[in-house]
Design a protein around this ligand. Structure first.
Ligand SMILES: Nc1ncnc2c1ncn2[C@@H]1O[C@H](COP(=O)(O)OP(=O)(O)O)[C@@H](O)[C@H]1O
Ligand SMILES: [Mg+2]
Length: 251
């Protein structure tokens, strides 16, 4: 089982869109996928029309996986289940801070909850918090959507510095360009420059697309119908690239 996270310090960059579409793309290759929605706003749960009230309960100093496992819901899509978000998730930081080994608690929990799956995809809230640090320590790969603007370089540098300062492996961080508008000169220039400073950038770029904007409203991920639309193909390419990366880092 591999744990892949959709993370950025920033909001509104495409994390949830990635999590939902990647989950769909990976499960369509005959594998079981669990999407864990950690964002209290619950956009991924809503996109897949899943509700629930998962509670993080502590038993013997660690999270109880049994109670969370009961909250896992099937979706309309075969082999894709979701552990939905809950407004209580906003208190997860406080809960973690009260625990021993507060930076490593979610790793164990995700391993247990995700046992029956081939992939666990984690949709993260923005900001750098104890929750994010737990996710970093739990992940095999952290996908970072980057809108190609001048400011994005600074945000990526902050993240990389955090990894260095915290003794985390930078090789876990895999950025890719999100919401790309080729008609914008700033996008083209940034895409030219940024991979020089961050060589791990994926080749696949996700275009800005009104299909994606409509996705959440329609309640179905773009990929569900094996769509040939450009954005759907881009997400399938991205899933292929991610699988290749996970293969090559297998120990
Ligand atoms: N490639 C894209 N093209 C057009 N709109 C997009 C694209 N990716 C995301 N969006 C839209 O932008 C908004 C923010 O995306 P979302 O995935 O929710 O970001 P995050 O989870 O980082 O906050 C949503 O309304 C979403 O539908
Ligand atoms: Mg989101």
């Amino acid at each position: 089982m591999k744990i892949i996270s959709a993370y950025s310090i920033k909001g509104g960059v495409g994390k949830t869109t990635l999590a939902v579409n990647l989950a769909c793309a990976l499960r369509s290759k005959d594998r079981r996928v669990l999407l864990i929605d950690l964002d209290p706003q619950g956009a991924a749960s809503y996109a897949l029309r899943v509700e629930g009230s998962p509670k993080f309960k502590i038993k013997g100093g660690i999270f109880s996986d049994a109670s969370l496992r009961k909250s896992i819901q099937p979706t309309a899509f075969e082999r894709l289940d979701v552990l939905p978000s809950h407004v209580d998730h906003r208190n997860l930081d406080l809960l973690l801070a009260s625990m021993k080994k507060s930076r490593k608690q979610l790793h164990h929990l995700f391993e247990e909850v995700g046992k029956a799956y081939d992939f666990v995809i984690v949709d993260c809230p923005p900001n750098l918090t104890l929750v994010s640090e737990n996710v970093f320590r739990a992940s095999d790969l952290i996908l970072v959507p980057v809108i190609p603007t001048t400011l994005s370089q600074r945000t990526l540098e902050q993240l990389r510095q955090f990894f260095r300062d915290s003794g985390l492996s930078e090789s876990l961080l895999v950025p890719y360009f999100s919401m790309v508008q080729r008609q914008k000169r700033m996008h083209l220039e940034t895409m030219e420059i940024l991979p020089g400073a961050f060589p791990a950038f994926l080749r696949t770029r996700i275009p800005f697309s009104s299909d994606i904007e409509r996705m959440a409203l329609a309640g179905k991920p773009l990929l569900a119908g094996h769509s040939q639309r450009a954005a759907a193909r881009a997400f399938r390419d991205l899933a292929g690239e991610v699988e290749g990366l996970l293969e090559s880092t297998k120990s």
